[in-house]
Design a protein around this ligand. Structure first.
Ligand code: HEM
Length: 156
């Protein structure tokens, strides 16, 4: 009994490599903050896992090096951020992933993100998508899914 309890406890605290623990939360695709596209047309336009992985890695690096918003990314768990962002984009783009991260309000709580910070991040995402040669129309369809999230990300 004790061994089973110990194993269960261990299972709940196992973290993906390199990630820090976060406050417990209920996992759900709803946390991704947008409904997914119904088919995989956009997923293919984004070059599937490899393309989304390159875009997210490029985006996070651009944000960390962008003097407008780099302070917000300092001392944050960008290993977890990369993993959950890849899941979120895959889920929304119709790639069939499960999103395991927190909802947008919880993830950005007390971060003090302003409208201009959101605009800077969107510019960096556009640059990352351009670098991956994502067709302009496909870029805009992802941006349209992300835009309403400003309500939960930006603090006033
Ligand atoms: C639509 C826009 C945005 C989306 C879709 C988004 C998505 C995400 C996701 C999926 C996470 C990780 C959730 C988790 O850990 O469970 C996250 C965390 C984070 N986001 Fe955003 N984000 C957006 C806007 C922004 C903006 C504008 C900033 C700052 C300029 C920002 C800064 C951060 C930081 C620093 C973290 C890491 C938090 C931590 O380590 O605890 N995000 N975001």
């Amino acid at each position: 009994m004790l061994i089973v309890a110990a194993l269960l406890l261990q299972a709940t605290v196992i973290l993906p490599p390199g990630e820090e623990p976060v406050e417990p939360y209920t996992q759900s695709d709803v946390n991704a903050g947008a409904k997914p596209f119904r088919d995989d047309t956009l997923w293919k336009a984004f070059h599937e896992s490899a393309g989304v992985s390159r875009i997210v890695d490029d985006l996070v690096t651009r944000n960390q090096n962008d003097p407008r918003i780099s302070d917000i990314f300092r001392n944050q768990d960008t290993v977890r951020l990369r993993r959950t962002l890849k899941e979120q984009f895959c889920y929304i783009l119709g790639g069939g992933c499960t999103y395991t991260g927190r909802d947008m309000k919880t993830a950005h709580k007390n971060m003090g993100v302003q409208r201009a910070d959101m605009a800077a991040l969107v510019e960096n995402l556009q640059a990352a998508m351009r670098a991956e040669r994502i067709p302009f129309g496909a870029q805009n369809r992802l941006l349209a899914k992300l835009a309403p999230m400003h309500r939960d990300v930006v603090q006033r």
